[in-house]
Design a protein around this ligand. Structure first.
Ligand SMILES: [Zn+2]
Length: 283
């Protein structure tokens, strides 16, 4: 069942699952705490969702992020335990009754490989083609520039082939900070996880839905100090997260989680100085 926000219909679109080191997902949090929520495998990895958000308003069909994609060799499929056996973009878009060609906009939160792997796919004759041929691809200019000169800390999170294809497509639209994409769909910027991460707020009628991306990747990350070791500026993440969550609790916003393996979305409430899940919501 899609979630509704006024005129907008919202669907989760999952591109299977993958796995990352549990320690890296929770930064300074000891394993004895995080393993109660995420049981690690024998290589210390935890299963994570790859949950994109599809926002439909008539002919306008906006996809936020596009998963990890299929273009991975056996070594990386094993390393990241990439699993499309149950779910992938095609099956999920079919479930939402939307064709790839109908996607008008792709909002790219940032260029890390688990968010943009699905931008390209193998076409006929082994050629690489854009997965959403009629879409405009929106990205913050600062993230685009950063990806081309990433630091030693985060260079491993980028795959040059994806953004070269993006550039060749001629469909890349670089944004300068907060932007209203269309009435009811607002893009805002966050600077803790990477440079120029952009997140999305969909608002109409009495409901507001926020795509939390890598600012709050799972419900476990609602806790202020539970911040990924991948983040470039973790103290900034904590400040931004606290501001977002305080407003979400106050105004009853629905938060949408890209990497939570089980919970697509929830409302939140304050409880003894921390923000916790109020009600899980199916999308
Ligand atoms: Zn990321």
């Amino acid at each position: 069942m899609p979630l509704r926000a006024g005129k907008f219909e919202l669907h989760e679109v999952r591109d299977g699952t993958f796995a990352l080191d549990g320690g890296a997902m929770f930064g300074v949090v000891p394993r004895v705490l995080w393993e109660k929520k995420f049981a690690p495998d024998d290589r210390n990895r935890i299963t994570l969702g790859l949950r994109c958000l599809l926002v439909v308003d008539g002919k306008r069909k906006i996809l936020v992020d596009c998963g990890i994609g299929r273009r991975w060799d056996a070594k990386h499929v094993d390393m990241y335990r990439i699993d499309h056996s149950q779910l992938d973009l095609d099956r999920e878009l079919a479930r939402a009754k939307v064709k790839r060609e109908e996607i008008t906009d792709v909002i790219i939160t940032h260029l890390h490989f688990d968010h943009v792997g699905g931008l390209t796919r193998e076409g006929g004759a082994g050629q690489v083609e854009m997965s959403f041929p009629n879409a405009t691809y929106h990205l913050q200019r600062r993230n685009w520039v950063w990806a081309h000169h990433a630091s030693e800390k985060d260079a491993g999170s980028f795959r040059a082939a994806t953004y070269e294809a993006l550039e060749r497509s001629g469909r890349l639209h670089l944004l300068e900070g907060a932007t209203e994409l269309c009435p009811g769909v607002d893009i805002f910027v966050s600077e803790g996880h990477t440079v120029g991460l952009q997140l999305v707020k969909v608002s109409d009628g009495d409901r507001t839905v926020v795509f939390c991306g890598d600012l709050v990747p799972t419900t476990a990350h609602l806790r202020a100090a539970w911040v990924m070791a991948y983040d470039l500026y973790p103290l900034t993440t904590i400040e931004e997260k606290k501001m977002l969550l305080a407003q979400a609790a106050e105004e009853g916003w629905v938060l949408f989680f890209e990497h939570d393996p089980g919970v697509a979305a929830c409302t939140v409430k304050e409880d003894q100085g921390e923000v916790v899940v109020n009600e899980a919501i199916k999308v």
